[in-house]
Ligand binder design. Structure first.
Ligand SMILES: Cc1cc2nc3c(=O)[nH]c(=O)nc-3n(C[C@H](O)[C@H](O)[C@H](O)COP(=O)(O)OP(=O)(O)OC[C@H]3O[C@@H](n4cnc5c(N)ncnc54)[C@H](O)[C@@H]3O)c2cc1C
Length: 506
């Protein structure tokens, strides 16, 4: 099969690249390993009940991304109000934290401990110890106690490694220069505004959401592309990237039955995980590149979905579970995202989120055992009664999170340099750039890659959804490598906002 542009992966990045190429009248072929499109942003349909991998808010500061979402889904894109709280030691903490609610929840003793621990940090540590990992970065700004309550347990549940082994990049990328004093000042002032006067709530307290979940967006996009001569071929695993003289010549895929197909083209875009991409290069890359790729790590993710015979369980879209005694990290309530996500309005569907490594014992547990675990833990924290559970199912998502460990930047640099030598291969998206991102970032990288094929010269690695305000036909190009900052300091004016930024992305 001969096509001009071959795209690996039918997630937001790959599909948006094809969508943008279509705007220039260029067709492409998208090779998707899964049996449906959307990648991590797909929607799973279980007997008419729909659920996400997590919960996918559609929110972007980039006007062109909002335009594309509108073009694809039109009136099926709902505006959704947000409510989410933190459950810690049987108390629901408002989110963002409110002083009175936080004080009652923590109790006077723990509240005093928070302040003393912050004072201790200020006097003894800050400025002496380097911020060389996530834990130190957080302690230096919030004190140990507050960090322990609101960040440590949950962050370690998500990443599965001690916070001392997580790069400080992770915190600085998301929070920047923020401290407890500033947090308290803003929590009390309760202005709802940033220092520069920008209102926070409209940005984060409302988001858009497709009526039938995020997958609806990507299925519509797939259909549109299909009608415009850019098909997505499902069940096609890219297993070999054949190249010669710094040019990719073809991608070879394998289907479920082991049948191989070759796709040749002039241009290639890949959103498959970087580690796999490097392993698929044929001829194989030099040893130091292979070694760097092998060291990239990914956190895996599993959802236990329970159908509960109760109309209303809690009002939140999701609840963070900071309680250390359960493995459960977060609970989604899909009905509160869109009522059409649940088949029978008498029921509620809950998504219990577990963050695991593929090698963990639980990852391979049979479905019944995982459902049992979910029911037990949800009962333990007082959310449901076992007798209310009608049925359940389990969905696993490998490589849901690219891990920012202490070596990832070094490894990434080596891989980038190697991939940079190819004239017609671009990598895009979350795992394609090993970048912890949201859909809008993935989409933007796909758009840049498509425009590069049309003659532009964007650095896809430096896409920044805070700074790139692209409109149709015009894109501001970052000239230097910038670290992505999904939310700027200007957005972080209360402690709750700060917690939000760290927790939301997880
Ligand atoms: C729990 C959770 C919650 C999230 N919440 C939000 C949110 O609220 N809002 C938001 O905007 N974003 C959210 N995200 C992030 C969002 O899911 C990703 O940013 C987005 O899906 C990335 O798109 P992508 O196309 O880059 O990658 P992916 O979604 O990973 O898509 C890549 C595609 O490539 C395919 N593929 C991989 N290898 C191969 C191969 N060898 N051959 C062929 N195909 C292959 C995969 O099957 C997949 O379909 C969340 C992520 C998680 C894990």
């Amino acid at each position: 099969m001969n096509t001009k542009t071959v795209i690996i992966g039918g997630g937001p990045a790959g599909l948006t690249a094809a969508y943008e190429l279509n705007k220039f009248g260029k067709s492409s072929v998208i090779l998707e390993a899964d049996q449906q499109v959307g990648g991590i942003s797909k929607t799973v349909n279980y007997k008419g009940n729909r659920f996400d991998i997590g919960g996918h808010r559609f929110f972007s500061k980039v006007p062109y991304i909002n335009q594309v979402w509108g073009e694809i889904l039109k009136e099926d894109l709902l505006t959704c109000g947000r409510l989410s709280r933190i459950l810690y030691k049987n108390h629901f903490f408002d989110y963002p934290l409110k002083p009175l609610n936080a004080l009652t929840g923590l109790g006077l003793q723990e509240a005093i401990a928070v302040v003393l621990s912050y004072a201790k940090t200020k006097v003894w540590h800050w400025g002496i110890e380097p911020d060389d990992n996530f834990e130190q970065w957080m302690i230096h700004r919030f004190g140990y106690k507050l960090y322990e309550i609101f960040f440590k347990t949950y962050t370690e549940k998500v990443w599965g490694i001690p916070c001392t082994n997580i790069s400080a990049d992770w915190a600085s990328q998301r929070i920047k220069n923020f401290s407890l004093l500033e947090a308290i000042r803003n929590a009390f002032s309760n202005s709802g505004k940033h220092r520069d006067g920008e209102i926070i709530t409209t940005i984060i307290d409302q988001f858009q959401y497709p009526r039938l979940g995020p997958g609806m967006m990507w299925e519509h996009c797939q259909r549109f592309l299909e009608q415009n001569n850019s098909p997505t071929l499902l069940g096609e695993w890219a297993t070999s990237i054949v190249h010669h003289n710094n040019q990719v010549l073809e991608v070879i895929t394998k289907d479920k039955s082991g049948n191989k197909t070759s796709f040749s083209g002039d241009q290639f875009i890949s959103s498959m995980p970087l580690r796999e991409l490097i392993m698929c290069m044929n001829p194989i890359p030099p040893k130091h590149v292979l070694d760097a790729a092998r060291q990239l790590r990914y956190r895996d993710y599993l959802t236990v979905v329970l159908v509960i015979d109760r109309e209303d369980i809690f009002p939140d879209n999701w609840i963070y579970i900071h309680t250390p005694k359960v493995k459960l990290g977060r609970i989604q309530n899909y009905k509160n995202w869109s009522k059409d996500m649940v088949k029978n309005p008498r029921y509620t569907t809950l998504g219990l989120e577990y963050f695991l490594w593929e090698k963990d014992e639980e990852w391979n547990w049979p479905e019944e055992r995982l459902i049992e675990l979910g029911i037990r833990e949800c009962t333990e924290i007082g959310i449901i009664k076992p007798a209310e559970v009608v049925e359940g199912t389990v969905v696993r998502m490998k490589k849901a999170y690219p891990v920012y460990d202490l070596n990832y930047t070094e490894n990434l640099e080596i891989i980038k340099k190697y991939l940079g030598s190819f004239k017609n291969l671009q990598t895009v998206g979350r795992n394609g750039l090993h970048r912890y991102n949201n859909q809008d970032h993935s989409m933007l990288t796909g758009i840049y890659a498509a425009r590069n094929i049309m003659g532009s010269k964007y650095d896809v690695w430096s896409v920044n959804t805070e700074k790139d305000y692209i409109e149709e036909g015009e894109v501001s190009t970052p000239t230097t490598m910038e670290r992505m900052t999904p939310l700027s300091m200007a957005q972080l004016l209360s402690l709750g906002e700060c917690a939000r930024v760290v927790l939301d992305g997880l």
